[in-house]
Ligand binder design. Structure first.
Ligand code: 3JN
Length: 335
């Protein structure tokens, strides 16, 4: 079997998940290089029972690398082009190239064909977008979605390891009656929810909200789909949840939608309200599936449905989707 030289760029929460997922899915790795900022150089990570030392990324790091997986952050802007010039295909987790018309934005369950026109860089969508489009695509194919209204309940790990520490420390401080301090989030996150992820834009939306709006249209390849989003941070460590309302052109009953979703790729339906069975973020940690439940008719419009969608934001929302794109490249002989 052909094997490939890989580089993972970044050793934060997503970078570590990338290394785990490559191992678990037995990706055909010849050699793995782990690259990061100067601050993280020298750290050690485990891959397939071996200890690898993190190296500082520089423009020459990508010589001989076939596939470079960028875990997000500033490294993409700084080094993705150098990686492509060095001969690697880049799969990038940041928002840097997502809306570039020259760069495919891919979720393998939705638009696998788009990897075929890559010119060196393939973008991995935002975590909240990924889990939503996995659930929307089979419904769009069945009944054509006209409009989507989504509210998210996003875990703190989406904002990195320091955000997890902040939630844990604040929780402890509140429980022990101490004054809390804030660094990552603009307000207290423990025992609270914040309707604010990423920066505010001139239109009053946050950048996270507009990522969901714009990326969904690009991935689904249908500019007629209207999306509006409210993205909210909740005091959960891992697992993003989404309340999604859709309006479709054709009739689609909740029962039929449940049946379609149950046989769609990458999805598990958990929807038995008699037993209080519905997807929960605590049950999805470490899994690669998009879980869908609370599927019900929206009686306020002619053809409408409500869904509850949950997935591990570090896995399907980032690392797993990235490795699946790499698997597509290998399967289609594009690397
Ligand atoms: O906050 C979350 O739950 C997801 C955050 C994603 C994120 C964080 C910092 C920068 C992104 C992203 O993937 O869109 C970016 C970015 O690259 O813009």
């Amino acid at each position: 079997m052909k094997t490939y030289n890989l580089a993972v760029v970044g050793v934060g929460a997503v970078g570590k998940a990338l290394i785990d997922v490559l191992d678990e899915r037995d990706f055909p790795v010849k050699e793995l290089k782990v690259l990061a900022t100067k601050r993280s150089a020298g750290k050690q990570v485990q891959f397939k029972g071996k200890t690898l030392t993190v190296e500082e990324t520089n423009p020459g790091s990508f010589e001989g690398v076939d596939i470079a997986l960028f875990a997000g952050g500033g490294a993409s802007r700084e080094f993705a082009k150098a990686a492509v010039d060095g001969g690697a295909v880049v799969i990038d987790n940041s928002s840097c190239f997502r809306m570039d018309p020259e760069v495919p934005l891919v979720v393998p369950e939705v638009n696998p064909q788009d990897v075929e026109w890559h010119k060196g860089i393939i973008a991995n969508p935002n975590c909240s977008t990924i889990q939503m489009v996995v659930a929307l695509k089979p419904l769009h194919d069945a009944a054509r979605i006209k409009r989507v209204v989504v509210s998210t309940y996003q875990a703190v790990s989406g904002a990195g390891n320091d955000a997890i520490t902040e939630l844990l420390e604040q929780t402890n401080d509140v429980l022990t009656g101490r004054k809390i301090s804030t660094k990552v989030f603009p307000h207290q996150i423990a025992f609270n929810v914040l309707p604010h992820i990423d920066v505010f834009l001139e239109n009053g939306y946050t950048r996270e909200e507009m990522k969901m709006v714009n990326e969904t249209v690009k991935i689904m390849g249908d500019e007629s789909i209207k999306v509006t989003a409210t993205t909210v941070r909740v005091p959960v460590i891992t697992g993003h949840s989404e309340a999604i309302n859709i309006e479709t052109e054709k009739e689609l009953s909740a029962e039929k939608a449940r049946e379609i979703l149950a046989s769609a790729p990458g999805i598990k339906v958990i929807d038995n309200i008699e037993n209080f069975d519905y997807p929960l973020p605590c049950d999805c940690v470490g899994l690669d599936t998009v879980f869908v439940g609370r599927i019900r008719d929206d009686y306020t419009v002619e053809n409408g449905l409500n869904l509850w969608v949950v997935s591990d934001n570090l896995r399907k929302g980032a690392a797993t989707n990235t490795v699946q794109i790499a698997e597509l490249l290998v399967a289609k002989n594009l690397v």
